[in-house]
Write a protein that binds this ligand. Structure first.
Ligand SMILES: [Ca+2]
Ligand SMILES: [Ca+2]
Length: 148
């Protein structure tokens, strides 16, 4: 059931270009949008509406609480904004199933987000990336529908 919701969700969200507060949103959309919002807020340290590479790096180092250059699932979920998709997002990011994320994974993620290649991730770039990431994570790693 979630699988279908996720597919409808992504078409819907991308189709309307992320209109926040749109009257017609179902609960999955609301959950995804609020998770994307919380994630961006946590990354945009100086609150200027864009994510610079240094902000992304700072977040990476902050998540690595034991400083072993690996971010484990428990470090990721403990340090990320509290939302129902965190563990699934980690599993989605850990595409080769090492059980941790390393610096190269983080840089790869940043460069994928930064589609214009100017070393800045705009809110639009972030939203496009993160909505897809969460929906893929939910589809691949959640066995039950999100608790809403
Ligand atoms: Ca910023
Ligand atoms: Ca670590």
């Amino acid at each position: 059931m979630l699988k279908m919701d996720a597919r409808i969700g992504i078409v819907f969200l991308l189709g309307i270009g992320m209109i926040y507060g749109a009257a017609v949103v179902d609960e999955t959309h609301v959950a995804v949008i609020s998770a994307v919002d919380a994630s961006f807020e946590a990354l945009d340290h100086n609150h200027n509406g864009i994510m610079e590479l240094n902000e992304f790096e700072e977040s990476y180092y902050r998540l690595d609480t034991n400083h072993d250059h690996m971010i484990t699932e428990s470090e990721y979920t403990a340090g990320s904004p509290d939302h129902q998709f965190s563990a699934a997002v980690f599993k989605q990011l850990d595409y080769d199933k090492k059980g941790y994320l390393e610096r190269g994974d983080a840089y790869g993620q940043f460069s994928i987000m930064d589609t214009s290649g100017d070393n800045i991730v705009s809110r639009a770039e972030f939203d496009t990336y993160f909505v897809k990431l969460i929906l893929a994570a939910a589809e691949n790693h959640l066995t039950t529908a999100p608790t809403l």
